[in-house]
Design a protein around this ligand. Structure first.
Ligand SMILES: Nc1ncnc2c1ncn2[C@@H]1O[C@H](COP(=O)(O)OP(=O)(O)OP(=O)(O)O)[C@@H](O)[C@H]1O
Length: 264
């Protein structure tokens, strides 16, 4: 169980630029749940993910991963518990290392010693098999530098890297937003497959209402640092994109507008 209780995040506290990005969030995520997170710009989605990964320390509240209270743990200490894929395909891997070296680093995530770059034959074969599942021909390019891959290929490998080691939670921060529609579909399908196979507890931020309903088992909408909607099960099944857009407009106190199309 991942548990956030009474979380508040204030940036620039006590300054004229004080910003209460998270204003009291309570969220329990049982093991194996796949939560999609939506919300307008500045709603606090990335800050929520950063609070879970340890990049941001909450001003109030507790973060628990299973029975561990990790509130005071920096990101590096949570590395073995939290896996993450960012929006920027360049952010999750090292361009100057080979595909194989990047995978080896990911496989050693959370280990205390060394960089885990040791590349025995068996390990290489495992990586080859994992890459071949992507169907992108990357299994024959193990020695290519990561920087040579396209954004979509790199994001697919980043996803693979994030799931090589079992983590308590997988954080996906608009991880398909920078990709063209074909590659975005591909990475989303791969996400679905990996999450299902490994029964990963997952939090995926998306700007697409369609994706928010099509992927995962629960949808959370953030607005101005609070949870404005939290749906799962039958209630979620009954929701269509139009309903979600209407709820979105409602919490923003707006009429339906072109955002609806943008977010569809
Ligand atoms: N490191 C930071 N320092 C100061 N303010 C920050 C920082 N990170 C985020 N904020 C502010 O906190 C608020 C929430 O930002 P956040 O990035 O979490 O929103 P978001 O929902 O992810 O938005 P978007 O959809 O635009 O990515 C915003 O007002 C943002 O400017």
């Amino acid at each position: 169980m991942i548990s956030l209780s009474g979380i508040e995040v204030v940036f620039g506290a006590g300054t004229p630029l004080e910003n209460r990005a998270i204003r009291g969030i309570d969220l329990d995520i049982p093991e194996g749940t796949f939560v999609s997170v939506i919300g307008s710009n500045g709603a606090g989605k990335s800050t929520l993910l950063n609070t879970l990964s340890g990049e941001v320390r909450p001003s109030a509240g507790r973060v628990r991963i299973d029975e561990l209270d990790v509130t005071g743990w920096p990101a590096a200490r949570r590395a073995g518990l939290v896996a993450r894929v960012f929006q920027d395909p360049m952010a999750g891997s090292c361009a100057d290392l080979t595909i194989e070296e990047n995978l080896a680093l990911a496989a050693s995530r959370g280990e205390r010693r060394g960089f885990g770059l040791a590349l025995g034959r068996q390990r290489r074969e495992t990586f080859r098999a994992q890459l071949s599942r992507l169907g992108l021909g990357l299994e024959d390019r193990l020695s290519d530098r990561m920087g040579l891959l396209s954004g979509g290929q790199r994001q697919a490998v980043s996803l693979l890297m994030a799931t090589l080691q079992p983590a308590k939670i997988l954080l996906l921060d608009e991880h398909t937003a920078a990709l063209d529609p074909r590659m975005s579909d591909f990475v989303l399908r791969l996400t679905h497959e990996l999450v299902e196979q490994q029964a990963l507890t997952t939090l995926m931020v998306t700007h697409s209402m369609r994706q928010a309903l099509d992927f995962g088992t629960r949808t959370v909408m953030l607005h101005e640092g609070r949870i404005a909607l939290d749906v799962a099960g039958d209630e979620r099944h009954r929701l269509g994109v139009d309903d979600l857009v209407a709820r979105f407009a409602q919490v923003r106190g707006e009429e339906l507008d072109s955002d609806a199309l943008l977010l569809g």
